[in-house]
Design a protein around this ligand. Structure first.
Ligand code: NAD
Length: 401
């Protein structure tokens, strides 16, 4: 099948590459010229385990191409994925300007039946808005808009995409269902389901999933905070409850709060949707409040240790990415800690296996970027371990002395 993916970020590039791997001809479109040029030159612009091999194989075999031109990219495509950003707008709801602009631009370019698939995380009702924007310039018989939220996790995105727990497809069009069934067939051979539903339910499913997971993490962080006060070990609690099949083992590790490009904005957007519908979603309000506090939980501990005299202290930080196996630093708790510590007059040395280039772009020379974890703690007064990269779990303690 010939398909186009508009927006070639973490979701778009993985989607495009994986569908090329299953034998489709894919063109990835992005307005970022630098990114497109780098990909044309054979460079994978993001770090995602397993992506590089698939990227090279499929570009070399001519199944994966890149362009900045929307009209060129969608030429002959039966299916067009929108994997565009949906950052929080001023009032906290998802900003749809990227999606609606592309939808508007697509209208005049559609000349034969095409399925337009929204893969971005968008509020309930967005499919209808996309439909209206496209229909301004083309007959509604020539296209369907489908909601197909993406559940991949950064760090294991390729594996998640190739072997999804489930594929959720929101459409009532039989024609679109048939095409998507064919496209996804190679990914669900082991019997994992494609779940069809209407567009609104599919859009809500994605928010419900992310809000639930953010709540699970936050619940465990609160249990950890309480454990510290009562003298219990949260890691034992984790094992004690995670073995209960009703609870499950995942998302139970306590830490310094969730970050990343999805949970913070999606929880906020769902709370906004609730507010717009005059429903007060109490749990979400608490989750956001607790997570805000959790992100900088280590600061009072360090302050206390140094009797409030932090100015001039050198702090090493291991981990910048919002989680291991990614170079993504969007909403990473490390950044909040760095900001606070700099304000308190600390000198900061940082190390992360993958996220240093992105951090350098953001923070410039306000912090020192170290060659390895041990350089980051040379002459340091304290070390914060902020991302659970495996190499930080078993450091060489003799080298740290
Ligand atoms: P991203 O910022 O990594 O990528 C978006 C890309 O779209 C960028 O490369 C940007 O240059 C491009 N773009 C912006 N405007 C464009 C336009 N007019 N035409 C073409 N390209 C354009 O974002 P992402 O992390 O891939 O997320 C995309 C969507 O998927 C979001 O809604 C997000 O919530 C959702 N999502 C993300 C993840 C994740 O783990 N990152 C997982 C599931 C769902």
């Amino acid at each position: 099948m010939k398909i186009a993916v508009v927006g070639t970020g973490y979701v778009g590039l993985v989607t495009g590459t994986c569908f090329a791997e299953t034998g489709n001809h894919v063109t990835c479109v992005d307005i970022n010229e630098d990114k497109i040029n780098r990909m044309k030159a054979g460079e994978v612009p993001i770090y995602e385990p397993g992506l590089e091999d698939l990227f090279h194989r499929n570009t070399e075999e001519g199944r994966l191409n890149f362009t900045t031109s929307l009209s060129e990219g969608i030429k002959g495509a039966k299916v067009i994925f929108l994997a565009l950003p949906t950052p929080p707008g001023e009032n906290g709801s998802a900003d749809l300007k990227y999606i609606l602009q592309v939808a508007k631009d697509l209208g005049p370019l559609i000349t034969e039946y095409t399925v337009i698939i929204d893969k971005s995380t968008v509020p309930v009702g967005t499919s209808e808005l996309v439909h209206q924007a496209i229909a301004k310039n083309v007959s509604p018989d020539l296209f369907d808009v489908v909601s197909n939220p993406e559940f991949l996790r950064e760090g294991v995105a390729v594996e998640d995409f190739m072997k999804p727990d489930r594929v959720v497809i929101g459409t009532e069009s039989d024609k679109a269902k048939e095409i998507l069934n064919r496209l996804y067939a190679p990914l669900v051979r082991q019997g994992n389901p494609i779940i069809f539903m209407d567009e609104r339910s599919a859009e809500m499913t994605k928010y419900a999933a992310n809000a639930f997971l953010a709540t699970k993490i936050t619940f465990m962080n609160e249990i950890a905070n309480l454990c510290e006060l009562v003298g219990a070990n949260v890691d034992d609690i984790r094992r004690g409850i995670g073995t209960d099949s009703r609870i499950g083992k995942r998302f139970l590790f306590a830490g310094i709060g969730y970050g990343g490009s999805c949970f913070p904005k999606d929880v906020q957007a769902l709370a906004k949707t609730s507010e717009e519908n005059n429903y007060q979603f109490h749990i979400l309000d608490s989750v956001m409040k607790v997570n805000e506090k959790q992100k900088t939980k280590l600061i009072p501990i360090i302050k206390n240790h140094f009797n409030n005299e932090l100015a001039g202290k050198t702090i090493g930080i291991w981990g910048l990415a919002f989680k291991p196996y990614t170079d993504d630093i969007r909403e990473a708790p490390a950044l909040y800690n760095i900001e606070h510590l700099l304000e308190l007059g600390c000198k900061i040395n940082v190390y992360d296996p993958e996220a240093m280039p992105n951090t350098k772009e953001l923070l410039g020379d306000t912090v020192t970027f170290s060659k390895n974890p041990y350089d980051a703690i040379e002459n340091a007064d304290a070390l914060l371990i902020v991302t659970e990269w495996p190499q930080f779990r078993t450091p060489d303690f003799e080298r740290m002395e």
